[in-house]
Design a binder for this molecule. Sequence first.
Ligand SMILES: *Cc1c(COP(=O)(O)O)cnc(C)c1O
Length: 397
Amino acid sequence: MSDPRRLGLATRAVHGAHRPGARPAAAAPVSPPIHQTSTFAFADAERYAESLSTPDGDFVYTRYGNPTNAALEATVADLEGASAGLATASGMAAVSTVLLALATPGGHVVAGRQLYGGTFSLLGGVAARLGIDATLVDLSDLDAVERALRPATRALYVETIANPTLTVADLPALAGVAADAGVALVVDNTVASPFLCRPIEHGADVVVHSATKYLAGHSDVVAGVALFADAATHRRAWDVLIDVGGSADPFACWLVLRGLRTLGLRVQRHSDSAAVVARALAAHPRVRRVHWPGLPEHPTHGVARRLLDGYGGMLAFDIDGGRAAGRRFVEGTDLARLAPSLGGPETLVSHPASTTHRQYGAGALEAAGIGEGLIRVSVGLEDVDDVVDDLLAALDA
Ligand SMILES: *Cc1c(COP(=O)(O)O)cnc(C)c1O
């Protein structure tokens, strides 16, 4: 097979999972097999025992490793430019495994203020109870990031593109701050995907994904992946993963591998459609502001131009009329479904003020950068005119 380093990202996403290895068969299956087994039989007890103590040995028990999981780990590690990966039962299993591998009791984490809700809850809940302290900062203020660092800080945790205002993190600058302090830079690359950004190229040490979203891309599986620039951190995270038990099921990994083969096409289409939707919304009199990093007026458009190979399929917009109007809007769309999650083929809308953030008052919402009338859209793969018509009809109603 041709030198994998010279192949494009889309080619590697298609073939990475199942490149013929050292022992090419005369007729090999084109789709990777699903090794749907919990355990592996050995002839030799010694070898069985050895395999339990390393992530690189023979497959022994699926919580420790499985060929289908390994195919997913290798494929995403390749796309992200990582040395190794771990497939996990969910995005949150990837996040929690990495945090527990890096931070011990008494340790400290600095994270971006706009965090995925589950990560916010992990830091304030389980991690805090285990004695891991966290400080949330505005990542666009590098001085504030530096001031938040302590001798006990173990990780700087950021999201490439943060919801709901789609703020793009200046990864090279943040990697510089982390490296100066000897702190690991962990990047949640879920919303960008490796087709828009590969954080390790910009100095990240660890990348995490909710594979539930763009990587799998079909709203039919919950899974995650963690990718590591160095082998030592991978090893530490594997130790946590097998003990805490966040390992992925092989069939889930297979579904993600299937999704990965069209990731390049899908991300291109999501981005192209989001551009059309963003412009149509911006021209509507009831829309106050559109948040999409591809728009020149977006606060992090410059960072996005520098770091991203496209602007992605997620956008948000503020409508007049506050909470009530936002709620009426998300209940009034027809094609676009009111649901959590993102990155699937169908356009999804959500209104944080009446769902995920309904317990926030107007002040707390504003502090989190969320307007009362803010609507989040995961632009799907439908004909874009149908998506625009649906959203504009709900605005006009
Ligand atoms: C969904 C999501 C997660 C959590 O992933 P699950 O697969 O739901 O556990 C983490 N980070 C981001 C940015 C997400 O969108």
